[in-house]
Unconditional design. Sequence first.
Lengths: 216, 229
Amino acid sequence: MTPNDRPAPPLLAARGLRFARNDEPVFGPLDFSVDAGEALLVQGDNGAGKTTLLRVLAGLLRADEGEIDLDGQPAGTSRRARAIAYLSHLPGLKADLTAIENLNFLCGLHGRRRAQLPENALAIVGLAGYEDALARQLSAGQKKRLTLARLWMSPAPLWLLDEPYANLDLEGIELVNRMVQAHLREGGAALVTTHGAYAAPPVRTRMLVMSKGGMQ
Amino acid sequence: MSTQTATLSGAARALLARDLRLLWRRRGDALQPALFALLVVVLFALALGGEKQALSKVAGAVLWLAVLLAGLLSLDTLFRGDAEDGSLEQWMLAPVPLAWLVAVRTFMHWATSALPLLIATPFLAELLYLPRDQLPVLLASLALGTPLLSLLGAVVAALTVGMRRSGILVALLALPLYVPVLVFGAGSVAAAAQGLDPVGALLLLGAGLAVALVLAPLAAAAAIRIALS
């Protein structure tokens, strides 16, 4: 049997993932997997543990129990760094740098797709003409778009998007959906947290519904 | 998908360029440590009445204190800004080791807060009537001691990065770590003043620097991971 006959391992698989803060369970145990070309919509009320789940997957927090596999291999620090791009609540932008300087720095830090130039990425997220604007002068929605540009440049196949729709106008929501769609078409995958189903990308999605003190 | 991966040197270059730009955009803030050190030195000179005899005796110790306090002043800004706007989170997720980024950031801190003082030291030493033959020893001790202070300070700053306001806590935590550096640094100048051999103290500073160069970034990186989790 050649390796091609076997089904490819899921891009991300979690088994028995559990996290507790000060002995108080936040979520879990959770079992789920995300294949390439697929999006996982993580839904739940405020405080249900969506952000915590993403931070555990990104490696910013350590799970109390359970395993995380990336591409069929246990997720270590270096594997995570190459496979995961994380869009956090905090933008990670320096207020005193311009949009393009912020983007260049983050590309130097994370690497980038060779085909993508920072100027193009800015144009894609609708920030053409704002290259030399300081990040402090951008509105909350424009800052969000700048972080989306960073995500677009990232070579990582797995996107962890924490509330990507926050602060965005209707056109921005459409933009996120288009980006996720294009990313999935190229063989990537995405985990998207929302607290409602109002803005799901039109792609093959699985749902993970989290609720306080447990999960369904 | 064709990618351009992040390399150690590439990430370091990006971080250095970023910090230099930020420094230039806030050049008023950047001058603070140097002005503070100047203030300490001038006040000391005035307090001792500009008396050459008294000043030349304490000049080495005063300069060391001024440099140490100026470094302490800017310590809190080392990681706090990056923690608050989420940059540190992105550092932790980058393919390059966090310890490497911490080391580069600490080098920038030293280059922007201590290096200008090092360059100004000969002038400040004149102000305090430091005997000329002690100047090389003072410069050597500062050249070895200030990077050591920055590295030790980075660990302390990393430990307190999770707190909203650390203020005096940074100074309290840093103090016991700074004392040996101050003792050997100022001690080397004092030994030279008494005609003794200052090399022993300088070598100890060098040894401390070698150890801290390896261990401090690792410790600071671990502290940041704990503080932000």
